[in-house]
Write a protein that binds this ligand. Structure first.
Ligand SMILES: [Zn+2]
Length: 125
């Protein structure tokens, strides 16, 4: 029986409700990701959850080539959020090759492989 109150479950449950929540350590004030029981910065255990601003910038981007009949090319990006944490995800609504490093993106809750997941789209300017 999986622990229904573990950090991964809290994160996933928020996603199911359409919310992106990030864990922050109350001892040192730093955000971290993936969710963990111990703060990776100071090993504190006073973790609280806060809604993400959704603002981020592309840190790395890779185009994954795929045949059109299998869905076509797509991108894998690491996005650094305003909170200082990095998430591996993808940016939608733009051709994979048009994504550039440091591009401003906005997080949203979308679906990936049938699961709610944090995805990104180009930020409105
Ligand atoms: Zn800490």
């Amino acid at each position: 029986m999986p622990d229904a109150t573990g950090p991964d479950q809290i994160f996933q449950r928020a996603l199911t409700n359409g919310e992106i929540m990030l864990p922050r350590c109350d001892d040192c004030g730093a955000y971290h990701f993936f969710p963990r029981v111990l703060c990776p910065h100071c090993h504190g255990t006073a973790i609280s959850w806060h809604p993400a601003s959704g603002k981020g910038r592309v840190h790395t981007t890779t185009v994954v080539r795929q045949k059109p009949e299998r869905g076509g090319d797509y991108n894998v990006c690491v996005v650094e959020l305003e909170e200082g944490v990095r998430m591996m995800s993808r940016v939608e609504g733009i051709a994979p090759g048009d994504i550039v490093i440091d591009m401003a993106v906005t997080a949203f809750v979308g679906g990936a492989e049938g699961q709610p997941a944090v995805l990104f789209k180009p930020a409105e300017v």
